[in-house]
Write a protein that binds this ligand. Sequence first.
Ligand code: PA5
Length: 427
Amino acid sequence: MDNLGINLKYSGISNSEINAYADKVKKIHKELNKNVDNINNYTGWIDWPINYDTKEFEKIKKIAKKVRADSDVLVVIGIGGSYLGARAVIDALSNKFEKKSTEILYVGNNLNPTYINEIIDYISDKDVSINVISKSGKTTEPAIAFRIFRNLLENKYGVDEARKRIFVTTTRRKGALYRIAMQEKYVKLSIPENIGGRYSVLTAVGLLPIAVAGFNIDDIMAGAKSAAEAYNNDNLKYNDCYKYAVARNILYDNEKNIEILASYEPKLFYFSEWWKQLFGESEGKNHIGIFPASVTYTTDLHSLGQYVQEGRRNLFETVINIEHSGSDIVIGYDDENLDELNYIAGKKLSYVNKKAMEGTILAHVDGDVPNIIINADHLDEIVIGQLIYFFEKACAMSGMLFDINPFDQPGVEKYKTNMYDLLGKNK
Ligand code: PA5
C-alpha cells in the first residue's frame, strides 16, 4: 500500500517467526471472509468499503449539509463504538484552535452531571441539532442523554422544529430508540446488523458527525476501499495488516502482554482511544489478551517515559509514524544563543520531532521494549480511512489467532446488571 506500511526491524521478531504463521493466517482469512453477509458473523465491515449502501451515503451528505447550514453545534450522543470512531477521525483531521462553522460536542459517553450541565450552558445561546447513535437502542448513558437533550430542543424550538433537528442512527428495526424514532418521525440512519459497534465508524455511525465536521467522506471511503483491497490477501508475506496481527501474538507469547500505541502527533489522541476500544473489547476474553494502552510523545516521555524505559518488562510499543507533518516551523538563529539552541537553527521542527522518535525507539528497544512501527505518509481523509481499515482487519485476525471471538463483548454486561439492580430497574 502506497501510504501505509509496517516496519518490524525493531520488534526483535525474525521473518521466519512471522512466516511460521502463514498457514494459520490463510485458514483464518478464509473463515473471516466466509459469509460476510450473515448477520450472525459480524463481519459485514470486511467488504463494506467496497459494497456500502450508496443511497444511505447520499442521505448522510444531505443531512450533513442541512445541519451545517442551520446549526452552530451538533450534539453527538453515543458511547463506545457509537462515538469513538467519529471523534478519532474528526480530531485527527481538525485544527483544534480554528473556529468551526458547526462544532461537534459529545455527550452520552458518561453519566457525569457536571459535564452535561456545562455543555447545556455552552449551547444555550446556539442553534443545535442532535445525532443520537445507539446500535442496540437501549444503552443507558446515551438513552439518558437523549432524554435530556431532546427535552431541551423541544423547549427551545417547539416539538415540530425540534423534530427537524434530531437524527437517529440505530439498527433497522429494533430497540427502544428505533421505536421512539418511528413514533416521533425522526429522520433515521441505519447501522447494518452484521457490523458491530467498534467496527462501525465507516457506516452512518461515524460518517454523519464526520461529514457535519466538514470532512470529505468520499475520500475516507476511498481510502478504506484501497485498504480493503490491499489487505484481502491471504499471503502473510504480502499483507502488512496480518503481519501486525502476527507480530502482536508472537510478542504476547514472549510475555509482552501490554501494547502501548505511541504517536508523535497530538491529533491522534482520540484515534488511540478508538484503537484501545477496538483491541481491548475485541481481545480481552477468557483471561487472555494484550492490554491496550496509549501515549503521545514527546509529551508522555516526561511522565511515562521512565516506566517504559526501566519499569516491568512486559511492554511493547506500536509507533504510528506520520511521515510528513501537515505544516512546519523553521527554528530561528539567535545571536546570543543563551538557550544554546543554535545547533539546530535552520532545522525544521518536524525534523527534530523525527529525531526524538528515532532516539526514543532506539532507547526503548535497548531497554527490552520491542517496537513495531506503522508508517503512514501523512494525515488526511484517505490515509485515515486506510488506517481505520488496517486496524480493524488486524484486530479481527489477531483475536482469531488468540482463538477468541473478536466480535462480541460479553464482559461489558456485568457492570450493567449490577447498576440496574442498584437502581431498582425491573422491580
Ligand atoms: O463495540 C461495541 O459494540 C460497544 O462498544 C458499543 O458500541 C457500545 O457499548 C454502545 O452500544 P450501543 O451502540 O448499542 O449503544
